[in-house]
Design a protein around this ligand. Sequence first.
Ligand code: SF4
Length: 506
Amino acid sequence: MSRLLFQGIPGFSDLSDSLRLRSSTTTHDPRPTVPDSDTLREECGVVAIYGHPHAAREAYLGLYALQHRGQESAGIATADGQHLANIKGMGLVSEIFTDDVLLKLPGHLAIGHTRYSTTGDSALLNAQPIRVDSTKGLIAIAHNGNLVHLGNLRAALERDGAYFQTTSDSEIIVQLIAHSRADTLVDAIADSLSQVEGAFSIVMMTRDRIFAARDPRGFRPLSMGRMKNAQGHDAIVFASESCAFDLLRAEFIRDVLPGELVMVSQDGVTSRQFTSGLPQSSCVFEHVYFARPDSRIFGRWVQESRDQMGRQLARESGVPADVVVPVPDSGVTAALGYAEEAGLPFRMGLIRNHYVGRTFIEPEQRVRDFGVRLKLNPVHNLLAGKRVILIDDSIIRGTTSRKIVRMVRGAGATEVHLRISCPPTISPCFYGVDTPSKSELIAANHSVEGIRQFIEADSLAYLSLEGLLASVRDEHKTGYCTACYTGNYPTQWVDVEEILPAAATL
Ligand code: SF4
């Protein structure tokens, strides 16, 4: 059984006191942690349920559908109008929330979180939801994104008597709420959210209310839906991606708007803007890589965006070839679009082993030395003697791409042309995606030709920025953040050390 942390569960000791002692010795580190492998890490997924007698089980299903957004830890908090219970643990949602564990979470309200650490320690201590007993009552919060420009906010709160349980930046929001001078809870939440900068799609819960909010720039997705409970009444659900609604048999209502705070209580659903006027900067990389293709985010199907990226890539950088092969899984939809646009056959020439995923996120990675061979295997009869166009969604340090190119060539391909369904990644993300610093990003320090030589491909091309933006354009005129491709950050603050270029050569 996974190691679990219980809070507010009768018969189980509440570990919050011991967590407080441990956290008092831990230093807050605002920098994103560096990924272990040559890929970008998912951030977090959140879900909330209001008005379902089995809210914990529904939250579990929602998190199950969002597992791709974080596999390090997961948690569910529930409330029944009186009590607020919280259980979180390290590992996958299905490993933590067995039937026995779910039975310890009664109530018709629930929020849930699945996490890959972006800020704070990678430990149970920082797993979410975070449950805080404040002057405004018990509050639980689950946060997707990363706050920036915290400055001395944390120190100021501590001087004001705040007692932080975690090193996570998410707790700052709860402490701001607890220390707000606003009269009502909803005013305190709005007041607190307007004080923090960065990316946050959050769900919060008290004993009898659910809140959902998105930062004013709308970096991360968050949608609202509706489902029928056992009595045939409406239950309201929020989730990072709409694919969670499908598993819950919920109907998509709409996105939570940038700068909007939605409250659900026994009086129904109410909404207010806590900030307005900032241009929208939704993360375009959600469309490129993070979100599932069966999700609708920022008002647009991810599948449609990736298909368009592939088609645009074929128009921009077509090359004579025999087959189009995706690097699975995230390259598949773009490769389908590319193949159709280029009039070339699409072949699954690389097969992914789905059962090694967890192994690769273990901190001590002995198996890492196996490299991509453990994750991917070539289908020799599809590749031998062929001129292959390989479609992938990013090149980070270049080492994984080189192994894949070698693998395809080793299976008998006569030519390997790598096509990337977004522009070169030249700058780190500070809004919830775990990227290495600029000095480690190959495209920040080398030309496309230099990268081609390093990865040993016959040719290499990226989708242009204009092509990417055209691929996600729609009637909503959504504004996108493209900072990891341009270095133009939508917020004022960046970590200067993270964006220094490397002096190294290939
Ligand atoms: S910097 Fe890149 S990954 Fe981060 S929010 Fe902007 S587009 Fe997304």
